[in-house]
Design a protein around this ligand. Structure first.
Ligand code: ATP
Ligand code: MG
Length: 574
């Protein structure tokens, strides 16, 4: 591709609308352009990358025996009413009406449509197992679209759905997808981890997420250094501490703490560690507010808490008026002693002694509080997020925590949809059985943002080679002043393409500095510079995007190096 024919505009300055580096670089390198909130155009440069991601996904899905199809993006409301999700899915669902006032949605996912296909097409166990997939545009009306294509409203997903005669076959099919996903993310050249996950609105039993590791990731993931435990922090269990708390050394005292409403204010005033304090959170309940009590330095886990009996789901913090009404006390001074609403204590509180908590009276706290003496020793539950260094719930080792970007999610749905929509086949004995189902998503467009989060420097993107829009950028120096150079550059451009490389030929009449800066911004893995001086000596200058310096090499040596490394890459892929 000739730069002058590619219609590419790069931006020098960081666009102010972009919060994170991948979004900034995607705009600056001309990969995408924003149309409206959460809606993006894939420009020619960006689309090249998107197509590469799709190709790798397709090849691995096909290899795993999945069948590609393409379902409509627009789906009739009746199917969603049948599955019960028309009401449950809420505001994420973009609903619309046609000229006959019939209701539809723009598909955020396709369980209903594929289950409808399955119940019409599949009659016998002999047709199972089967796995259908598509690569298609989804729409989810996200509350906060952000980070460019990473949390967009319209985005591309690869979604696959498998159908099975029983749970055992589903588990096998799920394992096949686990392996296919592992192959896909390996081929994409990304550093990733697979973790146990919450099944969310989709429902079902087992589910795992594939996360690209990056500091900007919206999720926290935890894994053990000594067993195979790996989980999204959303669902990672915490253990009840072993043994009893230390014996009390202090008397309980009522102390004045004016305007001290937060744990931070409290620890500053009393000069204690936040792990010595109790934090009492009041949340909405089914019929009355509920108190959730944690160690002051721990964070509440909303998913775990919403599953407790009597607690409203999704978890909603009570507003100040409701707190006053339920506790008779100002927010910030609530504590468990004498509190007359349902209370849940987190496991970690059971190891505490001589702690500080609210006194249920304005501007007052209690210090030196102990279980078994000042308040009954409570039953405890798991309602906090795991933290670095916690013992592994798997039984061995301790947990490490990192940030991740969810790029894939695989589920064993079981019969959640097939039962609701009556999708059955005849088994060996001629009996009708409800099919077991799995579903498997990959955020095709999100992968590109995630890849950049993981692979960039202060000058721009550093593409993993399988994703790069071009293999090599060819930069002639001052070609517009030298016919000899122009000819040599054209010959080289043709040769590189004939040997199978995707080449961006920077044929602009621009300063070398501008060309170098753009090549680095776009992140093309290999760079060849050709100049009059080099030509005389029969030399080219080669540099890999990850190298610190360029190397002046004999023309053949440079080309051998280039073909060598790109060939190696191609054979590793096949
Ligand atoms: P998230 O938790 O990030 O909202 P999700 O769990 O709701 O995602 P799934 O239903 O599991 O998403 O969808 C499959 C994949 O689609 C996700 O793993 C993710 O990579 C991608 N995806 C989901 N929502 C978006 C979005 N708003 N923009 C881009 N990609 C998305
Ligand atoms: Mg998910």
């Amino acid at each position: 591709m000739r730069f002058t024919k590619f219609g590419l505009t790069t931006l020098r300055d960081t666009p102010s609308e972009a919060e994170i580096v991948s979004h900034q670089l995607m705009l600056r390198a001309g990969l995408i352009r924003r149309l409206a909130s959460g809606l993006f155009t894939w420009m020619p440069m960006g689309l090249r990358i998107l197509r590469k991601v799709e190709t790798i996904i397709r090849e691995e899905m096909n290899k795993a025996g999945a069948l590609e199809l393409l379902m409509p993006a627009v789906q009739p409301a009746e199917l969603w009413q049948e599955s019960g999700r028309w009401d449950k899915y809420g505001h994420l669902l973009l609903r619309m009406k046609d000229r006959h006032e019939r209701e539809y949605c723009f598909g955020p996912t396709h369980e209903e449509v594929i289950t409808d296909i399955a119940r019409r097409e599949l009659r016998s166990y002999k047709q199972l197992p089967v796995n259908f997939y598509q690569i298609q545009t989804k729409f989810r009306d996200e509350i906060r679209p952000r980070f460019g294509v990473m949390r967009a409203r319209e985005f591309s997903m690869k979604d696959a759905y498998s159908f099975h005669v029983d749970q055992a076959s589903l588990e096998e099919g799920y394992q096949v997808m686990h392996e296919a996903y592992t192959a896909i993310f390996n081929r994409l050249g990304l550093e990733f981890r697979v973790v146990d996950a919450d099944s969310g609105e989709i429902g079902g039993s087992r589910s795992q997420e594939f996360h690209v590791l990056a500091d900007s990731g919206e999720d926290a993931i935890a894994w053990s250094d000594d067993d195979d435990f790996a989980s999204n922090v959303e669902t990672a269990a915490t253990l009840r501490p072993n043994g009893k708390p230390a014996a009390p050394t202090l008397q309980m005292e009522r102390i004045s703490t004016p305007n001290t409403r937060t744990i931070e204010d409290l620890t500053t005033l009393l000069k204690v560690n936040s792990s010595q304090t109790l934090k009492t959170l009041i949340v909405e309940g089914d019929d009355q507010p509920v108190a959730l009590i944690l160690r002051g330095d721990h964070e509440l886990n909303a998913i775990k808490a919403a599953r407790l009996e009597g607690v409203a789901a999704p978890l909603t913090m009570a507003d100040p008026a409701a707190i006053r009404m339920a506790t008779g006390c100002e927010p910030g001074f609530v504590g468990p002693i004498g509190l007359d609403i349902p209370i849940y204590f987190d496991h970690a509180t059971s190891a505490m002694s001589d702690f500080v908590c609210g006194a249920n009276e304005i501007d007052t706290h209690l210090t030196g509080v102990n279980f078994g003496r000042d308040i009954d020793t409570p039953q405890t539950v798991d309602i906090r997020n795991v933290i670095e260094g916690d013992p592994s719930p798997g039984g061995k080792g301790t947990l490490s925590i990192a940030r991740g970007i969810e790029v894939g999610h695989i589920f064993q749905l079981g019969t959640a949809y097939s039962a609701a929509m009556n999708a059955t086949v005849q088994d060996q004995d001629g009996k009708d059985v409800v099919m077991a189902m799995g579903c498997y998503g990959i955020g095709v467009t999100r992968i590109i943002g995630a890849a950049i989060e993981q692979n960039h420097d202060e000058r721009g993107i550093i593409w993993p080679e399988p994703l790069a829009p071009f293999d090599v950028v060819l930069i002639p120096i001052n070609m517009h002043r030298s016919d000899t150079l122009r000819e040599a550059a054209e010959v080289l451009y043709t040769e590189l393409q004939e040997r199978g490389l995707e080449v961006l030929f920077d044929d602009r009449d621009a300063r070398p500095g501008v060309k170098f800066a753009d090549a680095e911004l776009i992140g093309i893995p290999h760079r060849l510079v050709i100049s009059d001086r080099g030509l005389e000596a029969g030399e080219l200058e080669y540099r890999h995007r990850r190298d610190d310096d360029s190397r002046v090499m004999k023309r053949d040596d440079a080309l051998n190096l280039l073909f060598g490394s790109t060939l190696k890459l191609q054979s590793a892929d096949s």
